[in-house]
Ligand binder design. Structure first.
Ligand SMILES: Nc1ncnc2c1ncn2[C@@H]1O[C@H](COP(=O)(O)OP(=O)(O)OP(=O)(O)O)[C@@H](O)[C@H]1O
Length: 260
């Protein structure tokens, strides 16, 4: 069965957005595409990463510019078009699974996600145990209820569940904040390889240099409402003409040194 996820693209063009009395995004151009290497979105706290993600998902209307999906403006998607969009472009925030029934089992949540994928005509040949393995969880977690999981375990199950719906694009906002920093690299590597295998395009917003380094060789630095630098982590951190990048490197000197 052919996957519908092969040609998904989400494109922001000259995107301006913000809140009453506050301009946050000031002309953002970027494209996330299925089948391409993940893109990391780096930026200090308050830079506008979540604002950009909210505009990408169509829940924050741009003040000018636009976000397009399949030839349609995402802030104007309604009915069947919005349904198709939410199935094809999945968003996972650090507040994992706030709307899912906490009494559901992990296997139940993953099974539902796989069913949803099949219903939407998207191929899905990855077992529940394999999907858990992708985020570093052992098969014994299958029978646990969601409410019995720790915050970090729940974040990992949320990621596995989003992947199991087999979207074209996955947009992640600080997806591993509750996970022990020492484990994030390994989980990121597992996620990257599964996303590559399934052809899922990804955007990952985080201030965690290590996490983004493991997930992507294409990192965009958001500051002053704009993409100030883009490239490998090494290239981005070398853009020291921008004070925001100098400050970030200074705030995480050990991590930054490793990428220099
Ligand atoms: N609903 C809102 N109303 C007013 N201002 C907001 C709202 N949401 C965010 N902001 C402001 O917009 C700016 C960008 O916030 P945003 O959450 O997008 O940044 P961020 O890069 O995701 O930060 P963090 O890394 O801390 O999550 C901040 O100054 C924030 O206070």
């Amino acid at each position: 069965m052919a996957s519908s996820a092969s040609s998904t693209a989400l494109t922001a063009s000259d995107l301006h957005a913000g809140y009453p009395g506050q301009r946050v995004l000031d002309g953002i151009d970027l494209e996330i595409r299925s089948g391409q290497a993940p893109m990391g979105l780096l930026g200090p706290s308050g830079a506008g990463k979540t604002t950009l993600i909210d505009a990408l998902r169509g829940i924050l209307k741009p003040t000018s510019g636009q976000v397009m999906y399949e030839g349609r403006n995402v802030s104007r998607l309604r009915g069947a078009h919005r349904k198709a969009f939410t199935a094809d472009v999945r968003f996972v925030s650090q507040y994992a699974m706030t709307v899912t029934d906490p009494r559901a089992s992990v296997a139940g949540a993953l099974g539902n996600a796989a069913r949803e994928a099949r219903k939407g005509g998207r191929t899905h040949a990855v077992s529940v145990a394999e999907m858990l393995g992708t985020v570093g969880l052992e098969p014994r977690f299958e029978d646990r209820t969601l409410r019995s999981l720790s915050g970090g375990e729940l974040q990992r199950v949320a990621l596995a569940t989003a992947l199991a719906t087999r979207p074209g694009i996955l947009v992640l906002d600080e997806p591993l904040t509750a996970v022990d920093p020492g484990m994030r690299g390994e989980i990121a590597a597992g996620l990257r390889s599964r996303a590559d295998e399934l052809g899922v395009g990804m955007l990952i917003a985080s201030h965690d240099l290590e996490l983004l380094q493991r997930l992507s060789e294409d990192v965009a630095f958001l500051g002053q409402g704009r993409i100030l630098a883009r490239g490998t982590m090494h290239e981005v951190l070398a853009s020291t003409e921008h004070p925001a990048i100098r400050d970030l490197a200074a705030s995480a000197p050990l991590a930054a040194q490793r990428f220099r």
